[in-house]
Design a protein around this ligand. Structure first.
Ligand SMILES: NC(=O)c1ccc[n+]([C@@H]2O[C@H](COP(=O)([O-])OP(=O)(O)OC[C@H]3O[C@@H](n4cnc5c(N)ncnc54)[C@H](OP(=O)(O)O)[C@@H]3O)[C@@H](O)[C@H]2O)c1
Length: 328
């Protein structure tokens, strides 16, 4: 099989597409044939040496998600068979033509999604759904602010917020991005003015939930734009990690700030997040009420260009690579 590998820590000089032996599924694992694979900012962090793979996954093949067709499975897989199309999150090894997925993290792909669309779903939709519905307990009628709203996780989060019956305010950095997020059902505000705009749009009450996909630069304004009993969930910190904050305001808001990662969780917790995603989001993907947003697809041989594009501003949704000679 062909796989993207990082030969060490560094820049794009450590990135290669190489031939590797196919992995062998463990007793409860599926082996998937993959045509399209989703890239994530965490892949860039792993390339740079800031986010090493956890034990149990290939140390040098990045990739946090998979969508494909089952070609083999272990002897204790009972619910899925060869030929089934499934997707899910993995802790590594996703940027390859053959990928292992634990059965408990596998969800059947609805027929409405082709392989390309399915590849753009798992990490963005499981992460956004887990953060908004699982961690923040977003409820119908509440207001949610989404930072980094035009990217992969952001475009999923907007749609999940709308599906949940919330009012969604999407924070973006350009007029073009504003138009894109409005088409998904959000009200758009510009990053530079977000605190004042959120307070204006909510009549001074503030947002019930803030999904932080960008990081430190939005603090302390996040706390100032938060409603009483509001919840901030920190999912991404690409723009910075360190904040100074007003604890008195935190107390007055009776606010919660929590952080979350998917990759480092034990299998049981990933399985719970997966089952919740399957119950609430997959039917909406099947009916077309929510849809994966794809920015671009690069041939796997152009992985360096794909990673460069992933790192650049101005994307709308997910960046994919394709192992299929006929794609994109
Ligand atoms: N905790 C977890 O389990 C988990 C899971 C998935 C993702 N994540 C993290 O979540 C974040 C978003 O992931 P993604 O896949 O959606 O990435 P993405 O597709 O690259 O999107 C990033 C978004 O953030 C915006 N952005 C970047 N830098 C910004 C800045 N300095 N100020 C304001 N906006 C900025 C981008 O807007 P422009 O186009 O204007 O640059 C874009 O809308 C990443 O940090 C990722 O690592 C975490």
């Amino acid at each position: 099989m062909r796989a993207v590998v990082f030969t060490g820590a560094g820049g794009n000089e450590v990135v290669q597409l190489v031939e590797r032996p196919e992995p062998v599924p463990g007793p409860e694992e599926l082996l998937l044939r993959v045509d399209f694979a989703g890239l994530n900012p965490a892949d860039l962090m792993q390339r740079d040496g800031r986010y090493p793979a956890p034990p149990g996954v290939p140390a040098d093949i990045p990739g946090l998600e998979v969508a494909g067709t089952v070609v083999a499975h272990g002897e204790r897989v009972y619910g899925l068979s060869v030929g089934d199309r499934v997707f899910g999150i993995v802790a590594g090894g996703g940027l390859a033509e053959r990928v292992l997925l634990h059965e408990r993290c596998a969800v059947r792909i609805p027929d409405a999604l082709d392989d390309r669309a399915a590849a753009a779903v798992p990490e963005a939709f499981v992460a956004a759904h887990d953060a908004l519905r699982g961690q923040a307990r977003l409820c119908p009628g509440e207001t949610v602010v989404i930072h980094g709203a035009s990217g992969g996780v952001g475009t999923a989060a907007i749609q999940i917020g709308v599906l949940a019956g919330a009012r969604v305010i999407a924070v973006v950095r350009s007029a073009e991005a504003a138009t894109a997020v409005e088409q998904l059902g959000a009200e758009a505000v510009l990053d530079a003015d977000f605190r004042d705009e959120v307070l204006r749009l909510t009549g001074g009450a503030g947002a019930d939930v803030i999904l932080e996909l960008v990081g430190a630069p939005h603090f302390p304004a996040n706390l100032e734009a938060l409603a009483v009993q509001g919840r901030i969930v920190v999912v991404g910190v690409g723009a910075g990690t360190d904040i100074q904050t007003n604890l008195l305001l935190l107390m007055q808001r009776r606010a919660t700030i929590r952080g979350t990662v998917l990759r480092g969780r034990p299998l049981e917790e990933k399985a719970v997040a997966t089952r919740r995603f399957a119950r609430e989001i997959v039917p909406a993907l099947a009916s077309g009420r929510v849809r994966p947003i794809i920015d671009s697809v690069f041939p796997a041989g152009d992985i360096v260009a794909a990673l460069e594009h992933l790192a650049s501003p101005g994307k709308r949704g997910k960046v994919l690579i394709s192992f299929s000679p006929s794609a994109p």
